[in-house]
Design a binder for this molecule. Structure first.
Ligand SMILES: [Zn+2]
Length: 180
């Protein structure tokens, strides 16, 4: 499990409420004596807006980033495999967030996954990235984003090498490489 189970359950719960229609859900839960859903949602919204240290408007990100960086980091697009800057980069160094320069991955944890995207078996630091569940292609995947600016990086899968068994499949466009 990547996410804490309680966090995943809470998000799934809130997503479910969205599907029901909030007015109906609020009434039903109120009758059962659960916490007022409007308060829960207000708290959730506040957490979401407070979550990242670096925040910019969409227009500011667009001005700051290249088109590829913008589409990947801010709109969760995926670059083509084998046609990106770092999938085959074997130089020692550090991969930073292209949005906010936070150190995210190290060449020490990079390996050739054969997928055509830069792949790492762990982030440079447990606190460098965050994850959330992504349902874009029907079955759930675990999305990976920068802890500091929230920029989308890629996904993490549980078919990586030892010692973690994880494969962080990352878009080159979300990264800046700094040689050691
Ligand atoms: Zn960042």
């Amino acid at each position: 499990m990547i996410d804490a189970d309680s966090e995943r359950t809470r998000r799934t719960f809130l997503r479910g409420l969205g599907g029901l229609g909030l007015g109906l859900a609020a009434g039903a839960i109120g009758a059962l004596g659960w916490p007022d859903v409007r308060q829960v949602l207000a708290r959730e919204t506040k957490e979401a807006s407070d979550m990242f240290e670096v925040t910019k408007t969409d227009a500011e990100w667009k001005a700051l980033l290249t088109n590829e960086q913008y589409l990947v980091l801010r709109h969760e697009q995926t670059e083509p495999p084998f046609k990106n800057a770092f999938f085959d980069n074997k130089k020692p160094g550090t991969y930073r967030c292209a949005g906010c320069d936070l150190d995210l991955f190290s060449s020490q944890h990079k390996y050739d996954s054969g997928t055509g995207w830069p792949s790492f078996w762990q982030p440079i630091d447990a606190n460098a990235v965050r994850t959330k569940t992504d349902y874009k292609i029907i079955f759930p995947r675990t999305e990976v984003h920068c802890r500091r600016c929230g920029g989308h990086l890629g996904h993490v899968f549980e078919d990586g090498p030892k010692p973690t068994g994880l494969r962080y499949c990352i878009n080159s466009a979300s990264l800046k490489f700094v040689s050691a």
